[in-house]
Design a protein around this ligand. Structure first.
Ligand code: BG6
Ligand code: MG
Length: 217
């Protein structure tokens, strides 16, 4: 049976979550707001604009729109400098194995990312052609945990949400998949992603027989 296999990008396919973290940490430092890896979990999967608001909330701070726009630009410029020289070596271990298997099995594949920088990253890492549908931060108005990004991906693949499988590294993304009535697969720490239906530390731990089980289900 054809299923929709929907992948988040940052922290699932590529190790860009660390770059987002570094860039936000720099902004938080400038604002004198303490920002730890634990705080960063709140930002994963969340849009750029909402991420800045969360940092300001952490610091009980408010800011003018002009200041916010400046920090948003600074954060993104910094992030762009990190991803400038990305190549296929930054694809996370085990990911290619699963993508290739899905292609061989003729299964529909989509990207469902909150990022507005998704396409250039897929191009730089040479995997753009694996994706039948790409939905990113430029296509949606509601950030995860709203399921909009995943529902739109399934719709464009003409697959029911109930037949859709989402790979996510963020709490917000797992929640979005669950709200959308999809199968949620957490990639990362099981203590953090405990709402996921299945959890793996990384793609290396995903056996192709598990993928085949999802296809048959
Ligand atoms: C998500 C990341 O994929 O995209 C978040 O997990 C990031 O950390 C969000 O803030 C938006 O990305 P961008 O590239 O549009 O700033
Ligand atoms: Mg992510």
């Amino acid at each position: 049976k054809k299923k929709a296999f929907i992948f988040d990008l940052d922290g699932v396919i590529v190790d860009t979550a660390k770059y987002h973290f570094l860039a936000w940490q720099k902004i938080a430092d400038e604002l004198g707001i303490a920002f730890t890896p634990e705080h960063n979990e709140l930002l994963k999967g969340v849009s750029r604009v909402r991420s800045l608001d969360i940092i300001l909330e952490l610091g009980h701070a408010t800011a003018s729109q002009a200041d916010k726009d400046r920090w948003l630009k600074e954060k993104n410029d910094d992030y762009l400098s990190y991803i400038e020289n990305m190549d296929r070596n930054e694809i996370l271990p085990g990911v290619m194995h699963v993508l290739k298997h899905l292609k061989e099995q003729n299964q529909p594949i989509a990207l469902g990312s909150a990022s507005k920088n998704a396409r250039p990253i897929l191009e730089k890492t040479g995997i753009l052609s694996y994706f039948d549908v790409i939905i990113d931060g430029n296509d949606v108005t509601n950030a995860k945990p709203d399921p909009e990004v995943f529902l739109l991906a399934a719709k464009n693949l003409t697959i029911d949400p109930a037949d859709s499988i989402v790979f996510e590294d963020s709490v917000a993304g797992i929640e979005a998949a669950n709200i959308g009535g999809m199968t949620s697969i957490g990639i990362g720490d099981e203590k953090i992603l405990n709402k996921a239906q299945y959890i793996f530390p990384d793609f290396v731990h995903i056996d192709l027989s598990f993928i085949d089980m999802l296809i048959k289900k």
